[in-house]
Each structure stands twice: as C-alpha cells, then as structure tokens.
Write a protein that binds this ligand. Structure first.
Ligand code: RAM
Length: 909
C-alpha cells in the first residue's frame, strides 16, 4: 500500500509518493467507454460519445486537454492514417460524453478509437486501442423475416387465461468456405431467447432481448461471433421462450404474439466478399423439445425425455422438424438494444434443507433472491421432481404462497432415466427464499443446489458500512431488493402475478439505487419504454412498458419520467435522456394542465401516499382520514416541482421560449396552493400529515418565513403521534430522511432508521426480511398485496446513506461528481461510516471514525474532479497548505477544505 505521510502532528496526511516528479508515465487513462459500454457492438447513434477516467500517482490531477482518433481499422489507427476523425488537441477538462464528430459512420461497421490526454502532471500516452461496432441503421438493412411456429400444437397449450406454451427450437445450417474476417449476428428472439453457434452459447446473456412495448419498439442484440465459426458446415440454433411477448395472463396483460425470431448473421470474408444467413422459411422449427412449458408467473416444465440431443450442432437430423412458419411482424421499430441483457450475476449457497414428514424437502437459500434454482440431483426415470418457490415459510414449514396470488411459481423436471442430472430453467425466474422439492426419494444436501442470481448485467458501484449493524443490514436488504427487481425494466416485485414497471416506485428510488448499481443504461432504456407507452393525448401509462395500460392521469407516478431523466444527468452526466424526452415531457405537462388543473392546483390523484403505515395491522391501506394526505396536495406539490424541472430542462435543451410559461404557472400554482391548503396560523398543510408538510417544504412551496414552523409540525407529528416512527407512504418517504436532516433533526432521521418497532425497516428485518417489504405491516396485512421484495419504501434512504452519512454527494452546481460535496452530518450514535462510490470519474471514498470529539476521516477524490470537504469545527482539525489542497477557509461552524484529486486524511489534533 501507499505510504502515508502525516503532516503537522496529525493535521492532514496525504497518501502518495511525495517528492517524485510527475512523469507522463504516471498519467493513466482507463475505463474507456463508448456510450458507457466497454467495446460495445450494436451502437445505433450517429455521434457515439466517448468517456474515460484518468489516474496518476500524484494528487490534484486535472485533465487540460485530449485528443481522440478514430479509424476503420486498428492498424490504421495505430499508424495514425486514414483517420475518420482526429479531434486534434482540444484544450478541455471534459473526459465524459464527448461526441464523435468525424466522417459519417456506416451501418454494421466496426470502428477503432484511442485517446491521449494532457494533464497538469504531463501528458499520457495513447490509450490502448478500443473498438465499437455500429448497428443496423436502417430498416432496409434487415433481410431476415420473422419466423417461428405459428400454432398451439402441443397438448394443454393455451393463449388465454393462464397461458401455456412450449419453447420453440429453431435451427439453420450454413456453409463457411473461405477465411472469415468478421462475423456478426443481429438477433431478436421474442419474447426471450438463447442462441447457439455450433452448439456453443453465443453469450452469457439470458432472457434476451429486453422487454418492450413490441408494437412500438423491438430490441435486437448484436454479437461478434467470429470466433464461434468453423470452416465447412455450421449451425445456428435459437430457442425461443415466451417472455412478455406471449404474455402470462390473457386477458389482463398485453400480449403480442407467439414467439418469433428475426436473425441475420453476416459473415465477412478476408477476400472482401460476404454471406448473409437470415431467418426465413429455410429454417426448421419444432416445439417438441424438452421445455414443454414456460411462463414467467407459473414456472418452467422440462421433460428430459424429450431432449433433442445435439439439436444445435451440425450433425443433428432435423427431418422430423417442420419448416419454420412466417410470423406476423411485431410492428415496433427495430432498435439496437441500448442496455445490457440479464445475466447470472451471483450465486447463493443454500443454508439448510429441511426434511418434512410428507416426504418433501424445504430448501432455505438464507436470502430472498431472484433468479434460478440450479440443481444437481439423482432422479428416477419418468418420476417428475417438482420445485415450488416462495418468499416465506409458514410455522409448520409449508410454503406461504398466499402473497403470490395466481402465480404458480412451480418448475417441474422429468428425468429421462435413473441417475444424476443437472438443470436450471431458462425462460422463467422466481423471487424466493424457500423451495419445496418433491419427487425425490432421498434426502438431498445443500450442496446439491445453487441459487443463480439473475438480473441486468451492471456493476455494483457502492459499498457502505457503519458502526450500526441495523443500518448495515438495511443497506444489505436494499441491495438485494434492488437487484431482485432489475429485469430489463425496473419491476415492482419479482414473485407474484404482477412484475411490472410501475413508475411511482422509482421516482426518487432510482437516484438512491444509482449509488449501489450502475443503472444508467437500464433507466435510460426504461424512459424509452415510458415514452413508447405514452398515448396520443400525452397521457403516461403508470405501468411502462404498458403490459397493464393505466392512463390514470395522476402526477406522482408519471413524475418518475422526469426524475429519472434528471438523475441520469446529475449522477452520470448524461443529458441525452432530457434532450430526447423533452418534447414528450412537455406534451404530458400540457395534457395535465388540460385535464387536471382546477382553480390553480392539480386535482387528479390516484394512489395517494401509497402504503403509508395503516392504523390497524391487518389493513393494506389506511382508512383513517387523519392519516391520509389529500390527493391534490400530492399532485400539486409534485407538479410544481416538475414545472421547475422543466425550466431547467428547457434551458439545457435550448428551449428557452418555453421557460416563461412554466415559471408563470409555477408562481400562480404556489399562490393558489397556499391559499387553499396552507393554514398560516398553525403552519400546517391540509390535515397536517408529515407527507403534506414535507412535500410542501422540500419542493419549495412554503411561503418564506414559515419553513421552520412547517418543519416543527413534521417533527411534532412524527414524535408525538407516531412515537418517532415513519408515518409516510411512498411519497412522503422520498423526502423524509433528507428533509429531517436538512432542517437540523438528523437525530430523528437516525432514530427512524434504527427503529425496530413497527413501522420501520428494522421491524421488517426483525421479522426475517432479507429484502424490503411492500408494506410496513407486510407480516400481518392481507396477502393480496404484501410482496416481501419491493423497493419503493426505501424512499430517499440510500441517498441519505451516501450523501448525508458518508458525505459522497455531487455538488448542486455540478454533474456526475465533477465537483464533490463532502459534508457528512456525523449524527450522534453513529461513530463510524466507511463508504465508497464508483462514480463515472472514478472511485470516491469516505471513511470516518469518531471517538467523542476526536475525528479521523479519510477521503479519496478521483482524478479530474475536485471536492469541497466540510469538517465541523468541534473536531479540532486543522489543515496547512499541502499538495492537492487548493484552499482552506472557515465558516462559523466548519472548516472548509477545497481539494483536487488524491487521498487525504483529516484527524483531530
Ligand atoms: C402495486 C404495485 C406497485 C404500486 C402500485 C400502485 O400493485 O406493486 O408497487 O406502484 O400498486
């Protein structure tokens, strides 16, 4: 590890190699990305954007310039000739989202790029050569046809009710007789597919492609498969599952059609010629394979007796298969999928197997998780083994399935012979902690099973631990809950017959989640789902993609469209979503004005302060008018905030002509709202719920001078009426932790987090929760709506963990942590926090320990960023001039240290 040099008796220490002269060798550029992906295939934007990170051995590293070069071959690039773009030396500290400005990029072609940076510590060398591949840019580039099996041809299959359908297996042999330069597969297997070349999986992706509103948009994936080809005969094989294309419940959910495949393999030879292998009626298909049923709600049935040994290799005899049918086109625009597919991202080892007296076994994964159960068991010929999944176990060790509603969540494997087999499903996933295994005639052990955790391929960006075990456990539950509900869209829950992209659940949550996961590409994609699901009138479906079409015309759920776009800009520096969606956002704002603006306020509201803790434990929703917040308060405060967001967005998009109208409406609305809902005598909004007051306060509607009084009401209500407990549902909670802290009651915020009695996150954990529940009273409420794996009640908790407890926050006047505001609130009762966040500039760390009045705080600031570090004076830290330290100043209460990149340590004298 690096040497630490302690200066002036523990005032400040700087880790690094002090005293060496910077050389250009020490300047490193890495983490090179195109559209935030590493060497991606299938880029379909005309001006892809480049990003990188810079590092050096010395503190205070700033980029002063860059030069990017792009060529059509790696050799040209390295030789610096035939360049399609040479940015030249650009004097700039920009290292994120720099758009390509060279010659027009061609569909399907690969490109190569590199970058060289200048810094205040010297210039770096050219980076390693990076690449990206362009997607099809025109619908006419597609030569394939949609194919599949256009019939329900197996016993029991149905496209109505709880639908049932076998997987489709498709295969196509083709010849390769010349030396291959590059082979690329463009493929969309709806709803879900697994693809093989010569028997090998073409990628680790599962459930590909990602779900969409298929009539508006169909995603396809692009894979470089050069290495999988062989000389002579080759075989491309694809299995199709139902996914969301052939829906689980009909009617009730949107369904589009029978599974269908569009594929185009382009093989480029070294002699310049090319072959295309496209999906058409020369392919063969069967639905007589081993996956006899797959339904995301109900489970997968696998009959090993029907295995098609070697079906995805050249030698298989497909004479019993049918000619592929041409299928009805889904209708949506073919679009290169911008976000990664799902993949197996982690493995859980079960903790226990319980043998029940009825011969069944109960497997305990020790963690509520989402994905597959992988098994290695001994079976008997023709004797099905059944796996049923649940989140909760009844006291008598039977599965608690009431909260799964109609979802059967059952996988069945039928062995073809006596003996050992290994298996996991392909086209279904389950949300479960417990599995009931029946049909075995021996006691299995935990090592016979593995829990494969399946979610969108993305990196984990945040680590958080503190001196409080419950605070840490809540973070862990949140981590599991979030990854459980990333399924190519953010879902509400992973286990019951719902699993939908409900907007309201993510309005603020998405920002907190962004500290734990690099969710930028997923959320960017979801905004497109929301736009695709918007109707002609401008109404937003509060479930998007609209597998349930709900044009409720309320405000609080659609607000996620705006908040998530804003989050992508703030957290990742990506303004493209705001720019792209601005017209649709504007349309919705206008539409709401038309349908819901009455006497200056917005009156429509559907869900209220959803899932606030009810007065009686068996209730799902409170019936007590004193606890419920007036819907118009919810929608008006949030709409008002969106008007302000639109001002900011309009500025960013250069739509400044729109600004005055938004500002005018906002001013009028604030006035009308206060006239109607604010009691100046008591400083209360409406019936004085915490939610009514905190939304008004945090979203800027409180008349000047009344802020503290409104806040006092929030505190009184919380302490006197709720015993220091949370009293909000999913709306109030979005501002609760930050609001309490901002106005000086960080102690109450910490109390709410560390409560163990009802209602609290601690209450859930004490009752065995390993994720976050949908209801504060999820253990006692009606099972009709008590998922044990929702994320919406997290509100702004994770933001509070990282920003207020750890002090890892992007300054208000910056994006993407280019300028970091490090001001932990150091609440009494918490003596240690150690957190890190992998920002787009690099890793930010904050690790503080307090002992009485003594503080020891280590921070790491990544290259090309700066930080403002605020240390309460009470800790007696002083800082002298030091490399990396730009400025030291004092306020009445704080020592303010402005620094460049580097590692610093602040210790009490
Ligand atoms: C429930 C969902 C979701 C919520 C809606 C209003 O069915 O699970 O979490 O947003 O209702």
């Amino acid at each position: 590890m690096k040497k630490q040099i302690i200066l002036c008796g523990m005032c400040i220490a700087l880790a690094g190699m002090m005293g060496c002269n910077p050389t250009s060798d020490s300047v490193q550029v890495n983490h090179l990305q195109v559209e935030m992906k590493n060497n991606p295939q299938g880029i379909d934007v005309a001006h892809p954007r480049f990003s990188w990170q810079i590092h050096a051995g010395q503190p205070d590293l700033v980029q002063t310039g860059y030069r990017i070069q792009v060529a059509a071959s790696a050799d040209d690039l390295k030789a610096g000739k035939n360049l399609l773009w040479d940015s030249g030396d650009v004097k700039s500290d920009q290292s994120l989202w720099i758009a390509y400005e060279g010659e027009q990029l061609q569909a399907k072609k690969p490109y190569f790029w590199r970058v060289k940076v200048d810094t205040n510590q010297g210039s770096g060398k050219w980076s390693d050569v990076q690449t990206w591949g362009m997607a099809m840019l025109d619908a006419n580039d597609w030569k394939g046809q949609w194919i599949g099996e256009n019939a329900l041809s197996n016993p029991g299959e149905k496209d109505q009710g709880d639908t049932r359908l076998a997987a489709r297996y498709l295969r196509k042999p083709f010849q390769v007789s010349k030396e291959v330069k590059r082979a690329v597969l463009y493929i969309s297997g709806l709803g879900s597919s697994e693809s093989y070349l010569n028997g090998k999986r073409i990628s680790k992706d599962v459930f590909a492609p990602m779900p969409s509103l298929y009539t508006s948009r169909v995603y396809y994936n692009v894979y470089d498969v050069t290495d999988l080809l062989q000389q002579g005969e080759n075989l491309l094989g694809v299995v199709l599952g139902n996914g969301r294309y052939f829906s689980m419940r009909v009617p009730g959910m949107l369904t589009t059609g029978l599974p269908s495949l569009l594929a185009q393999l382009e093989v480029e030879y070294t002699d310049g010629s090319m072959d295309q292998v496209v999906s058409d009626t020369s392919w063969k298909v069967t639905s007589q394979g081993p996956i006899v049923a797959n339904n995301e709600f109900d489970g997968e049935e696998y009959d090993a007796r029907k295995e098609l040994k070697g079906w995805n290799t050249v030698s298989f005899d497909d004479s019993a298969w049918k000619t592929a049918d041409l299928m009805k086109e889904p209708g949506g625009k073919l679009t290169a999928q911008p976000n990664p597919n799902l993949a197996v991202q982690d493995t859980v080892v079960p903790v226990n197997v319980i043998a029940r007296s009825d011969g069944k076994f109960i497997l305990d994964m020790g963690q509520n998780m989402v994905g597959w159960l992988g098994v290695k068991l001994k079976g008997k010929d023709n004797q099905p083994i059944t796996f049923r999944f649940a989140e909760i176990l009844n006291p008598d060790t039977t599965l608690y399935v009431a909260n799964l509603r109609s979802a059967k969540v059952t996988d069945i494997y039928t062995p073809a012979a006596d003996g050992e087999f290994s298996w996991h499903p392909s086209f279904v996933y389950h949300g479960f902690r417990y599995v009931e295994v029946s049909g075995l005639d021996y006691q299995p052990s935990t090592t016979d099973f593995a829990g494969y955790v399946v979610y969108d391929a993305m990196s984990t960006t945040g680590q958080f631990e503190s001196s409080n075990a419950l605070v840490n456990q809540i973070h862990k539950n949140a981590f599991w809950g979030i990854r459980s509900n990333y399924r190519g869209m953010p879902t509400d829950c992973p286990q019951r017959d719902e699993r939908l992209g409900w907007l309201g659940d993510r309005a603020t949550g998405a920002s907190g989640e962004a500290y734990l996961f690099n969710n930028a590409l997923l959320y960017n994609k979801w905004l497109q789902d929301i736009e695709d699901s918007q109707n002609e009138a401008g109404s937003i479906s509060v479930v998007s993609p609209k597998y349930w079409e709900i044009y409720a015309d309320d405000v609080t759920w659609p607000s996620a469209y705006f908040y998530v776009a804003d989050m992508l800009y703030r957290q990742f520096g990506d303004d493209s979503a705001i720019r792209k969606h601005y017209p649709s956002m504007k349309r919705w704002m206008q539409h709401m004005e038309e349908v819901a603006l009455k006497d200056g306020v917005i009156v429509n509201d559907t869900y209220g302060d959803w899932c606030m803790p009810p007065e009686e434990q068996h209730l799902i929703h409170s019936q007590d008018p004193a606890r419920k917040t007036d819907g118009a308060i919810l929608s008006t405060t949030v709409y008002y905030d969106l008007l302000n967001k639109m001002v900011k967005f309009a500025e960013l998009c250069g739509q400044t002509a729109d600004i005055p109208a938004y500002q005018k409406l906002a001013a009028e609305m604030k006035e009308a709202y206060n006239a109607k809902y604010f009691n100046r005598e008591t400083a209360q909004y409406g019936n004085n719920t915490v939610t009514a007051n905190i939304l008004s306060l945090r979203l800027g509607l409180v008349p000047e001078g009344f802020e503290q009084k409104v806040f006092d009401n929030i505190v009184r209500k919380t302490e006197d009426d709720f015993g220091g407990h949370v009293s909000t549902g999913v709306l109030g909670i979005q501002h609760l932790m930050r609001g309490l802290t901002e106005y000086g009651r960080k102690d109450l915020a910490l109390k709410i987090v560390t409560n163990e009695t009802y209602p609290s996150w601690g209450y859930m954990i004490n009752r065995g929760a390993t994720t976050i529940w949908e209801l504060w009273n999820g253990d006692t409420a009606d099972p009709a709506m008590n998922s044990a794996n929702h994320v919406m009640l997290l509100g702004d908790l994770l933001i509070w963990y990282y920003e207020d407890l750890a002090g890892i926050k992007c300054a208000d006047d910056a994006q993407a942590f280019k300028k970091i505001e490090m001001a932990p609130v150091f609440p009494e009762g918490l003596n240690h926090v150690k957190a890190s966040y992998e920002s787009v500039y690099g890793k930010i760390e904050s690790d503080w320990t307090r002992d009485g009045n003594r503080l020891d705080w280590r921070v790491v600031v990544p290259g090309n960023t700066t930080a403002v570090i605020r240390i309460p004076k009470a800790y007696g830290v002083s800082v002298t001039s030091h490399p990396g330290v730009h400025q030291v100043s004092n306020t009445e209460t704080e020592l303010v240290v402005e620094v460049g990149s580097g590692e610093y340590r602040f210790t009490s004298k």
